[in-house]
Design a protein around this ligand. Structure first.
Ligand code: Q46
Ligand code: ZN
Ligand code: ZN
Length: 341
């Protein structure tokens, strides 16, 4: 198979786009697609300060790499969950993020690629006498250890509160969401970006549709608007397939953790992904049409009423101030109140 653009040997064939590309053209095509999504869904502008939630996996590290190379000011946030799974999952994934952060910073220094696309107007403070000085900004990795901060690992919290029938995932999701919100808010980031790809989003959509979770469907999308000073949440990889992200990492030499979190085994979302993969195999583009068709339907007003119904129910948690639908304390704060009783 040959690259559609230059005729060299293609390294990937994307049947849903009827597009085969060589390594060079593919590694240019991916960031261009991400930039298109950023603009199409009005995710952010070069003036935003972005924090990317990185897990050490392919999607989040690829996203960080892409945003930096597109010239956005994006830092990484790694959250240590205290999960071992027999192969030191948390430690290994943290090391992958740290290794990436080191090269990402130096790569920018070497290539000076902030100047291409990244607006210089971003950084200089007009009030500062040094406003003509070059911007010293370099990407940094923020790390937060849940066991060190809260005294318990994610599996320990889940066991104590007896939530999730042997799996810590619901507690984990709750803690991660809360802490990402908190850190973005405290450190002044306007945008929180996650590495969800089209396969992830299609699987969530499939699950929400199977059970007709209208509230979740109304909120599902590539952008969750900011509220009460809390960062906007965006998914810039939402139009890219998982296999494209794996290929991108391979071709860019991004070293990521291959193993999934040990608790993801047997998750319903994986069963949905397998089903969608079968559909995709028979009918290339099925996953993409399912998800992007849903976004188009939403844009044209489908589910609008539900969105409006949901918004007024949010209020600030009495303890941490984050938006919540629960009366009094949010679900995160209730986890720790339980700890003291
Ligand atoms: S990290 Fe946490 Fe996932 Fe592991 S414990 Fe479950 S939710 S599977 S994205
Ligand atoms: Zn080519
Ligand atoms: Zn709270």
């Amino acid at each position: 198979m040959k690259c559609r653009k230059c005729g060299e040997v293609a390294v990937i064939n994307m049947r849903q786009h009827k597009l085969a590309l060589c390594a060079d053209h593919f590694t240019q095509w991916v960031p261009a697609q991400v930039e298109k999504s950023i603009r199409k869904y009005r995710m952010f502008t070069p003036q935003d300060r972005i924090v990317v939630a990185v897990s050490g996996g392919k999607d989040s590290l690829a996203l960080w790499d892409i945003l930096l190379n597109l010239g956005y000011r994006a830092d990484g946030l790694y959250m240590g969950l205290g999960i071992d799974g027999g192969f030191s999952y948390s430690n290994v994934s943290q090391r992958k993020c740290e290794a990436f952060a080191e090269t990402a910073g130096s790569g920018l220094r070497e290539s000076g690629n902030r100047e291409e696309g990244a607006p210089d107007s971003l950084s200089p403070d007009p009030l500062s006498p040094d406003s003509q000085a070059p911007d010293p900004w370099l990407p940094k990795l923020l790390t937060l250890s849940i066991p060190e901060t809260y005294g318990e690992s994610i599996p320990q919290v889940a066991r104590r509160v007896q939530r999730g029938r042997g799996k810590p995932c619901s507690v984990c999701g709750l803690i991660k969401r809360h802490e990402m919100n908190r850190i973005a808010h405290e450190l002044g980031y306007s945008v929180l970006a996650t590495g969800h790809n089209l396969d992830d989003e299609a699987a969530v959509l499939f699950g929400n549709t199977m059970t007709w979770q209208v509230g979740y469907l109304a909120r599902q999308g590539p952008v969750l608007p900011e509220s009460d000073g809390f960062a906007r949440k965006v998914k810039p990889l939402c139009r890219l397939y998982e296999r494209e992200m794996a290929a991108y990492c391979l071709l860019r030499g991004i070293d990521y953790i291959y193993e999934e979190c040990p608790y993801s085994i047997g998750a319903t979302s994986i069963a949905y992904k397998e089903l969608l993969a079968k559909l995709e195999h028979k009918s290339p583009g099925a996953k993409q049409n399912f998800y992007l068709g849903f976004l188009r339907a939403k844009e044209s007003g489908f589910l609008n009423d539900h969105h409006q119904e949901l918004s007024p129910l949010m209020h600030a948690c009495e303890r941490c101030g984050q938006p919540t639908t629960a009366p009094g304390l949010c679900a995160f704060c209730r986890l720790w109140v339980n700890a003291k009783t």
